[in-house]
Design a protein around this ligand. Structure first.
Ligand code: IDP
Ligand code: MG
Length: 139
């Protein structure tokens, strides 16, 4: 069932570089409503669980180090067709392949440090949102 919600993280590199405001502006201008949002930091165990699907990949250790090295902005976003439209807005995983005007094209440094996360399915959006937020933090 389509829920019209997706989950995002502004990753440590985006926060370190002071891009929170610019990225949120782009998200709002693209028609997403903020359902939940916070500045938080993942522990190693959090990142290993969140990215568990990638645990056999060669970059897993690097990914966990990166995602835990500083605070992130976690948020749940709402819009018609939220998951797919947000993936379009952020662009390809590797910013070198991302379309002009996408968040990763504008703000990401590399394949590893790519500024922003976006859920890849309605099911994962619900799982990832619930990982970071309780029901009373969603509006
Ligand atoms: P996605 O974030 O576009 O869905 P995934 O393939 O799910 O991309 O990978 C999750 C995250 O892992 C990426 O956003 C990126 O930060 C990191 N990552 C993916 N592939 C590589 C790689 O080959 N080297 C280093 N990091 C990677
Ligand atoms: Mg993914």
């Amino acid at each position: 069932m389509a829920t019209n919600r997706t989950f995002t993280m502004l990753k440590p590199d985006a926060v370190e570089k002071g891009h929170i405001g610019a990225i949120l502006e782009k998200i709002s201008a693209s028609g997403f409503r903020i359902v939940a949002m916070k500045l938080t930091r993942m522990t190693k165990a959090d990142a290993q669980t969140f990215y568990g699907i990638h645990k056999e990949r060669p970059f897993f250790g690097e990914l966990v180090e990166y995602m835990t090295r500083g605070p992130i902005v976690a948020a749940i976003l709402e819009k018609d067709n939220a998951v797919e439209d947000f993936r379009t807005l952020i662009g390809a995983t590797n910013p070198a392949d991302a379309a002009e005007g996408t968040i990763r094209k504008m703000f990401a440094a590399s394949l590893g440090e790519n500024a922003v996360h976006g859920s890849d399915s309605d099911e994962n959006a619900a799982i990832e949102g619930a990982f970071h937020f309780s029901g009373r933090e969603m509006f």
